[in-house]
Design a protein around this ligand. Sequence first.
Ligand SMILES: Cc1cc2nc3c(=O)[nH]c(=O)nc-3n(C[C@H](O)[C@H](O)[C@H](O)COP(=O)(O)OP(=O)(O)OC[C@H]3O[C@@H](n4cnc5c(N)ncnc54)[C@H](O)[C@@H]3O)c2cc1C
Length: 298
Amino acid sequence: MFEKEAGGNIVNTGFPSEQPSQRSTVSMLAGTITVGADGVSSKVRGALGAQYLTWNYGQMGLVATVRLSEPTENKVAWQRFLPTGPVALLPLTDELSSLVWSINSDEARRLLGLTNECFVDALNEALWKQYPRHPVVDTATRRLDNILDSLMLRSSAVRQLQPSVAEIEPDSRAAFPLAFGHSTRYVGAGVVLIGDAAHRVHPLAGQGVNLGFGDVKCLTELLAESVYSGQNIGSKSPLLCYETSRQRHNVSTMLAIDGLQKLYSTEAAPIVVLRSLGLQLTHALAPLKSAIMNHAAV
Ligand SMILES: Cc1cc2nc3c(=O)[nH]c(=O)nc-3n(C[C@H](O)[C@H](O)[C@H](O)COP(=O)(O)OP(=O)(O)OC[C@H]3O[C@@H](n4cnc5c(N)ncnc54)[C@H](O)[C@@H]3O)c2cc1C
């Protein structure tokens, strides 16, 4: 239960049935739930008093709206993993895409300071520059291709080329620090955290919003069930169910994303071989690909 102290501070005092308030100067919000959907610096999380596990990636996510050189049936999201971090173009319309470019913080500040024309040049170079490939990686991926061919598992899909960018929409450039963050608790009495207030991930997997949508779906279903069965909307059991269910899903997803970030932060040949083969296999094995997509969709 959240209570307001005489000084105006909000404090969390436990579930109502566990700890009835003895204070005389409080106003109590009975039969309601406070949903903390206030993002990475959540004040609701602070008031809940939950521990927050966090580390920085030393990168910023540079975002912008960009106009493609040629209008296409723009429905493919592109991501290129560069030695400096991933650069992604996410379709908005046939002509516009949303840029998410993860890059070390100094370079992000430099890119923010460029003129629009110079920024577009730097972006096109990031999208198109050819890097020398390690011969061991080439040999390993070619051999796996041959094996997949002989097992008739190689995808027949034609590989499309990434788009080029013609210009950037005025005043659409901004950069945000990237970090991992997880609240050890999502719920208290009459209070629940959702979205980035509860968890924060690197954008390389495009999963931040999905995790939040999953929280909302789970919470609304559990609350509806509890109200239909005659319980108070702030009852403990649906909130604890929400926390258990979402932490089980979110923590595994977050650790996988953090692992991917680390996997793609190195150019050591054995790691590059492993991640290239992993990507090739995932692409070839439709059930594995579907399982990953299904997990990401809830
Ligand atoms: C650079 C970058 C790129 C990203 N790219 C992707 C991507 O491609 N795909 C993806 O799925 N996710 C992406 N994400 C993550 C995604 O943006 C977040 O996961 C998502 O926005 C979280 O939504 P939210 O509603 O929980 O929090 P937010 O979007 O942060 O919304 C919180 C809201 O609460 C408001 N607020 C805060 N405090 C108060 C207060 N005291 N009173 C009133 N209002 C308050 C804020 O103003 C804000 O509007 C990216 C994140 C970054 C930083």
